[in-house]
Ligand binder design. Structure first.
Ligand SMILES: Cc1cc2nc3c(=O)[nH]c(=O)nc-3n(C[C@H](O)[C@H](O)[C@H](O)COP(=O)(O)O)c2cc1C
Length: 191
């Protein structure tokens, strides 16, 4: 199984990365992991130049991490998006990555994009408030459609500025359950 995991926090080793690492540990099946930590890769913002409309499957920016990200997103079986919210929305670095997938959105034939499962981990520092993760959901609504994703779980960790994700029993249990689901799906596919 090929997994693409995107770590969208601007801080390495904090709640987002901890939750992502915890989730990956729940997966028993063999997997090949392509981990994109937004702090360790270069991603230019989308230029909105429409080059990818005329040049199907190509982005005008070729010297950053995105050519590799496109390839992996196209063929992976499981996509994991782990991100904090800044002002209730995706932070700028991961948002740049999301915007750059406009190249895939603009494909006239998207049949090369394999059907995949999607797991989302949202992290918010404040105690839970209405619509805390709404902007993430709105963004991913489109993402799911054009990247051929079936969402199998969205775990939301609130209050992380006071309570570490590793102290949030409900959140960890949810991640465990989704991990079990992934293991079942892999086992079913093997039989
Ligand atoms: C610029 C900025 C804006 C933030 N805005 C929000 C917010 O709107 N709502 C919220 O719940 N937490 C907000 N936070 C808190 C982060 O979501 C929280 O610290 C989270 O744990 C960060 O992820 P990390 O622990 O992986 O770094 C904000 C943090 C920063 C740096």
């Amino acid at each position: 199984m090929e997994i693409v995991a995107i770590m969208g926090s601007h801080r390495n080793g904090h709640n987002t990365q901890k939750a992502l690492d915890f989730f990956l540990k729940q997966i028993d099946a063999d997997y090949e992991l392509h981990l994109y930590n937004v702090n360790k890769i270069k991603i230019e913002p989308c230029k909105a130049c429409d080059y990818c409309v005329e040049h199907q499957g190509e982005c005008i920016i070729k010297d950053d991490a995105m050519p590799d990200v496109y390839k992996r997103i196209e063929t992976c079986d499981l996509l994991i998006i782990a991100s904090p919210i800044y002002f209730s929305a995706f932070p700028s670095k991961i948002k740049a990555l999301i915007d750059r997938t406009q190249m895939l959105y603009n494909l006239k034939d998207r049949s090369i994009i394999k059907k995949k499962k999607l797991v989302v981990i949202g992290v918010g520092g404040a105690p839970h408030y209405p619509r805390q993760f709404q902007a993430m959901e709105n963004t991913l609504e489109w993402y799911k459609k054009y990247l051929n994703c079936e969402e199998i779980g969205f775990v939301k960790f609130s209050h992380t500025d006071e309570v570490s994700v590793l102290e949030n029993k409900n959140g960890l249990e949810s991640l465990q359950k989704i991990g079990e689901k992934v293991n079942e799906i892999v086992a079913d596919n093997e039989n």
